[in-house]
Design a protein around this ligand. Structure first.
Ligand code: COI
Length: 361
């Protein structure tokens, strides 16, 4: 079935050392023994050389176009160990389809969704012992694709590499599901109309880093970007989407109108909230109105969401001329119950009504 040939790691991490690494993982610092690879060449060869190889440094020409023009895209999803011993992932077809959309925007070749999903299967099969089992832990899967051709003229590359690496992870934020503080950037924007905001490309994250550093300097864990055209409405955080809960129980979140990432976690939560009979409005949210509504008690919760962040309460919004605490800084009831419901589905503890879980092993 799988077209992936296996080149086993000659010297994998010992079971004892692996158990220690998997025991209490942080986010994104430890990687498994192997990686999946597929190459693409223009001129008819297309996608070829499907392999699982030892994890390790790549040999890349210094002229590889990605190093100069950032022609790169990536994805993020997780593999969860269930109590019955199986290993599942969550809505991989949604990531595969978004990866294809990102590829089109970055003039990269589209990887067939079957190859994307087969690569996850092949890698998780060989590195299954790296999937942690403690509550809240998982194996983070990072598919990515970039221009590998050594050519510094500016055009779409003719040689492209696709890889998947994997990392045992715990919570993205040090405090786990504790409320985070958000710095609202009133200087820089992440993306503009017609730009690459909806694509999951490294350049969007590169553009966010100076703002993220600014956020850290103000004691905040994440930055929130405003729209590039008017600097008045919320877009998304540096690495996740954002939503607010109104006192009447309805939820608002910025629309996916081209400048923000179409989060898989975001769309799953929109569905779960609607399943509860609550209204979700995907509409522009004015920053000034939001701050006022928080102060007046009309907005009772704010949360961040993403594959890495899952569902994280926001306790504070700060900027150059404001510093507002959301509902005394305590995690909101809806935020916590959405975290429980979503992770319950992902770990096989709750009914999966929408058929979102996908068995890898
Ligand atoms: C994810 O949530 O998986 C992401 O890709 C965000 C990230 C850059 C950590």
């Amino acid at each position: 079935m799988s077209q992936f040939t296996l080149e086993p790691h000659p010297n994998p991490v010992s079971p004892e050392a692996r158990a220690a690494l998997v025991e209490a993982p942080s986010f994104g610092t430890v990687f498994t023994d192997h990686m999946a690879r597929i190459n693409w060449s223009a001129g008819g060869a297309g996608w070829h050389s499907h392999r699982i190889t030892p994890y390790g440094p790549l040999q890349l020409d210094p002229a590889a176009a990605v190093l100069h023009y950032a022609q790169e895209i990536f994805e993020g999803l997780k593999a969860y160990r269930w109590a019955d011993g199986s290993i599942r992932t969550f809505r991989p077809a949604a990531n595969a389809e978004r990866f294809a959309r990102s590829a089109r925007r970055l003039a990269l070749p589209e990887l067939p969704p079957e190859d994307f999903i087969d690569a996850l299967h092949a890698l998780v099969e060989v590195d299954q012992a790296w999937v942690p089992s403690k509550p809240g832990t998982s194996l983070y899967l990072r598919p990515f694709m970039f221009a590998a051709e050594p050519f510094i003229g500016v055009r779409a590359a003719h040689e492209v590499f696709f890889l998947v690496i994997a990392s045992p992870v715990g919570a993205y934020f040090k405090g786990g599901v504790a409320p985070v503080s958000i710095w609202v950037d009133q200087t820089y924007h992440r993306a503009g109309p017609g730009g690459t905001g909806a694509a999951k490309c490294g350049g969007n994250y590169a553009a966010s880093l100076v703002s993220q550093e600014e956020a850290y300097s103000h004691g905040c864990e994440q930055v929130l970007f405003l729209d590039a055209a008017t600097s008045t409405t919320l877009e998304e955080l540096g690495g996740m989407n954002v939503a607010a809960v109104m006192a009447d129980g309805s939820v608002v979140t910025p629309p996916t109108s081209g400048t923000i990432l179409e989060g898989v976690t975001r769309s799953s939560l929109v569905q779960l909230i609607r399943d509860r009979g609550r209204e979700v409005a995907e509409r522009p949210i004015e920053l000034a109105g939001l701050l006022e509504a928080i102060k007046m008690g009309q907005v009772v919760e704010v949360f961040a969401c993403g594959t890495a962040a899952v569902v994280t309460p926001v306790g504070r919004l700060a900027g150059t001329d404001f510093d507002v605490t959301v509902a005394d800084g305590a995690p909101g009831a809806l935020t916590l119950s959405l975290y429980e419901e979503l992770t319950g589905i992902q770990y096989g503890l709750r009914e999966d009504k929408h058929g979102w879980t996908h068995r890898l092993l």
